[in-house]
Each structure stands twice: as structure tokens, then as C-alpha cells.
Design a protein around this ligand. Sequence first.
Ligand code: DGI
Length: 149
Amino acid sequence: MERTFVMIKPDGVQRGLIGEIVSRFEAKGLKLAAARLEVLPEDRVVEQYREHMEKLFFPGLAAYIMSGPCFLMAWEGKDAVAVVRRMVGATNPAEAAPGSIRGDFGLDIGRNVIHASDSPESAVRELGIHFAPGELVDYSRIDEPVIYE
Ligand code: DGI
């Protein structure tokens, strides 16, 4: 089993999309391991997006992420990182496939609703930035025997 870090960005929270997005991951069979609503402090935004620090869009990205509460989650399941990335869709919502979260709910790359880790290594790193180990809850979902072979 694998865990991935997912974050509904301030535009998604303000637009009332938390329930819709959580429902999609739950219906897929993924298991919620942690969740928190929080306005992120600058140091964790910089850590989260450190690969983009030199990009022209970084100041706007950081200001947007800190503009209101984000909904931070850890989701667990078989191939969770890749599965969630496919459900999230392409970075630019204008090009994201219909049926994906960004494809269904966004139009602008600078307001793309949601973040999800792009590799297992990123997932470990990003979960470590935002969650203490004790916040990740181990439990079984009662439907696991019919979700997995
Ligand atoms: O992993 P992703 O979120 O799909 O994409 P990424 O890691 O390449 O970029 C992180 C975020 O930075 C992305 O969700 C939106 C923002 N971003 C990326 N490229 C651009 C951008 N924002 C603007 N305004 N312009 C860009 O070209």
C-alpha cells in the first residue's frame, strides 16, 4: 500500500469543492489516512514548492496558496500516487481530461484547485512537510476485501 499527499487549494475550498473531491477518492476505494484544514505558513509553502522557487510564477503561486485555507489530506491505497495523479488531471485545467478533477472544475493554470504528489518520493517528502507521523492513522476500511483481489 502507498500513501500520497493531496491538498485542495484555496480556490477549491472557497468554491465548496471539498466534499465533491473527497467523495471521488472515497468512491475510488482509497482510504483517508489524515486530513486538516489550514492556512499554510510561508515556510511550508516554500518547502512544498521548492523546485519552482526560481520560476517567474512562484511569487503569485505562493501568495495564492497562502490566500486562504487549504484542505490537506493523506490518501492510501494500491498505487495511490499514480492513481490520484490521474484522477487530478493535467496541471493546466484547460487541457486536463474531462472526468479528472482539474478537467471538471478549472480553467486557469494559476487556479487549478488541487495538488497531488507526483511520485512516491515526493509523496514521502510532502507528507513529512505537512503531517507529523502520529497524524497518519492506520485502520482498515470494511470494504477492503471487496475492493482488492
Ligand atoms: O504537479 P502539478 O501541480 O501538476 O504541477 P507543477 O509541479 O509543475 O506546478 C506546481 C503548481 O505551480 C501548479 O499546480 C500550478 C503552478 N504552475 C505551474 N506552471 C505554471 C504555474 N502557474 C502559473 N501561473 N504559470 C505556469 O506556467
